[in-house]
Design a binder for this molecule. Structure first.
Ligand code: M6R
Length: 608
């Protein structure tokens, strides 16, 4: 997720000032590097966020139009050369892009064969070169832009500019949001309405597959096939903060609702359906070493640790490699037995968690192969590990981790395919997992349609002070995560337990005031979880149960039931955790708490 802002005006405003001021409100979308292009003044790029960019911009950097960008790296390190805008070989076409171009390597190779040279590692850089190539043929910026946009595959929110027609901007959207601002003698393009609002409240939201051509006094909306669309601007009442949250009250809800897109982005270009495997660029260079490892130790903290527990079950079952999962804070201080045939895999959203980083350093000292699953490109863990895989989940703002957890599980499933197909997993097994992975975004959408019912449920139970979460096998870590989410943002006592372990202690707590949330999908331990629910019922404990659509048993013993679509057992946590995240969110909201910034907690724990 990056931030795009572009401006064209004929009313005397300095585009550089408009763009730099506006970028500040997009900083939540990315902050690893920034850049600005003004046709009359040139280009300035820098690592860091808007403050760093402002310092580099001289007083005489002025013009009537321009494009600007804040980057959250996906392909290529967060350096000046990878920052946007990117330009064509002849420096005539300038582009800022948010998203991931799936077929960038293929297009880049084609362009190189036509004599183009590239100066960055970014997938986005192919876009201006592609437009340049089409411009040679069409001699028309709009036609060239449309031709290029029809060639790229993946997700994009784009703003582009041609030096030959400096007052014209072209925007396009496929999966990454684009809002057009309609002012008096001025037009804007932005990733959300927040930078536009100080200038105008009139906006046009582009839909996927749409393009907009803007000049200071006019905007036209087209489909990718060039047919025109009539779309009147709407007047929005949001303030800048609401616009950043997509109209939602909290980032946490926005991030939970992003789950379907996050799963698509994490898998993009990595799943090879017809071979039943995955292609993970980061693992290519250690492919041979990975064949030789005989053990994996996953190190992580908090929610990332719980994703690791799911990963243990996946990798052991389908790749047959022994896996241990350890709290990074424990691993670094004991004397772990590790050698060069051990892979130590760090999972971290921020890539900066000190305990996880130190665990990786300890593993390196002992000659282990060190790997990472990290969301933040260029973070310390990614610079120190031997190799790794990025989540591509976009920045997570809310302290409570939700979409990052989902993307960690998807990466672990992709890694399982990769490691499994190197070992005992058959092509048929691999294909089944790949097919099911592909169906997850649609199933997540169906779960999220049930949001209101979960809100009602959370309100109903919000007076309780204690909660038990139960799950078994793949959904044991989901129960732990459900409890962690509730503790973290609601400040109530919530315990996660393996359903089979309940009778060894926690059952003693159960009475009519102590509700249980049981995760009971149709999997290989369904009956066992059902029997745990019955034990709770026998002690008069209220029960909320999550089960699979079509089930008719759970409703007979639970007070409230949430249904989720069927998937294969190893992927079920990716679906089942979402209702638990929504439950915790609405529970905390009902209590009027500061959901995005819970007391005593920080988003990134860089101290011991
Ligand atoms: O950035 P990391 O994934 O390394 O962070 C690990 C934990 O601090 C984090 O998951 C924490 O538990 C979350 N606040 C949970 O929602």
């Amino acid at each position: 997720m990056c931030g795009i802002f572009a401006y064209t005006g004929s009313n005397g405003k300095n585009a550089a000032k408009v763009l730099l001021d506006g970028l500040v409100s997009l900083e939540y979308r990315g902050y690893d590097s920034a850049g600005i292009f003004i046709p009359e003044a040139g280009v300035i790029k820098t690592p860091g966020a808007v403050g760093a960019l402002r310092k580099k911009v001289p007083k005489n950097f002025k013009g009537k139009s321009g494009i600007a960008h804040l980057r959250w790296a996906t392909h290529g390190e967060p350096t000046e050369k990878n920052a946007h805008p990117h330009w064509s070989g002849d420096k005539e076409i300038w582009v800022v892009h948010n998203g991931i171009i799936e077929n960038w390597q293929e297009l880049r190779a084609k362009l190189i064969s036509k004599g183009h040279t590239f100066v960055s590692d970014s997938d986005s850089e192919i876009i201006p070169h592609l437009v340049e190539e089409h411009l040679k043929k069409h001699k028309n910026f709009e036609k060239a832009a449309l031709a290029a946009l029809n060639e790229i595959r993946g997700t994009f929110g784009i703003a582009m500019q041609y030096k030959g027609e400096p007052d014209k901007l072209i925007a396009a959207r496929m999966g990454s949001p684009i809002v057009i601002g309609v002012g008096k003698n001025e037009r804007f393009i932005a990733s959300d309405a927040s930078p536009i609002l100080p200038h105008t409240k009139k906006v046009v939201f582009l839909e996927d597959g749409e393009v907009a051509i803007l000049t200071p006094d006019k905007h036209t909306v087209l489909k990718l096939n060039a047919t025109k669309i009539q779309r009147e601007p709407e007047e929005i009442e949001w303030n800048a903060e609401q616009a950043q949250k997509g109209g939602h009250e909290h980032f946490m809800l926005k991030e939970i609702l992003e789950a379907p897109l996050v799963v698509e982005d994490t898998m993009r270009g990595r799943l090879i359906l017809n071979k039943g495997t995955s292609k993970l660029g980061g693992l290519d260079k250690v492919e041979k070493k990975l064949k030789e490892i005989d053990r994996i130790i996953i190190v992580a903290c908090g929610t990332a640790y719980l994703a690791g527990l799911v990963g243990e079950y996946m990798i052991e079952e389908f790749a047959g490699i022994p896996v241990e999962v350890e709290l990074a804070s424990e691993f670094r201080y004991r004397k772990p037995v590790v050698n060069k045939r051990t892979a130590v895999l760090a999972i971290s959203q921020s890539g900066e968690t000190l305990d996880t980083l130190e665990a990786i350093r300890e593993a390196k000292r002992q000659n282990a192969l060190t790997l990472g699953i990290v969301n933040t490109v260029g973070s310390t863990i990614t610079r120190e590990d031997d190799s790794g895989v990025y989540n591509h989940a976009g920045p997570e703002i809310s302290v409570a981790s939700t979409k990052a957890f989902i993307s960690q599980l998807v990466v672990l499933a992709l890694m399982t395919l990769f490691l499994g197909r190197q070992r005992k997993m058959t092509a048929a097994q691999g294909k089944e997992i790949a097919r099911e992975l592909k169906k997850l975004p649609g199933k997540l959408k169906a779960i999220l349609e049930n949001e209101k019912a979960i809100e009602t449920l959370a309100k109903k139970y919000s007076h309780h002070r204690d909660f038990l979460f139960l799950g078994r096998k793949y959904n044991y870590p989901v129960a732990l995560e459900g409890a962690l989410k509730l503790k973290e943002i609601s400040y109530i006592h919530a315990e996660g337990y393996g359903a089979g372990e309940m009778k060894h202690g926690p059952l003693a707590m159960i009475d009519e005031n102590f509700p249980t949330f049981a995760v009971a999908p149709h999997d290989s331990v369904y009956e066992k979880v059902l029997s745990a629910i019955q034990q709770v019922r026998a002690r008069k404990g209220p029960v909320i149960a999550l089960t699979t659509e079509g089930d008719s048993e759970v409703q007979k013993i639970a007070d409230d039931v949430i249904y989720v679509p069927q998937t294969i057992e190893m992927l079920s946590p990716i679906l089942n955790v979402v209702p638990l995240q929504l439950f915790a969110y609405y529970f905390a909201k009902e209590k009027g708490l500061n959901v995005d910034r819970p007391r005593n907690l920080a988003k990134s724990v860089t101290v011991e």
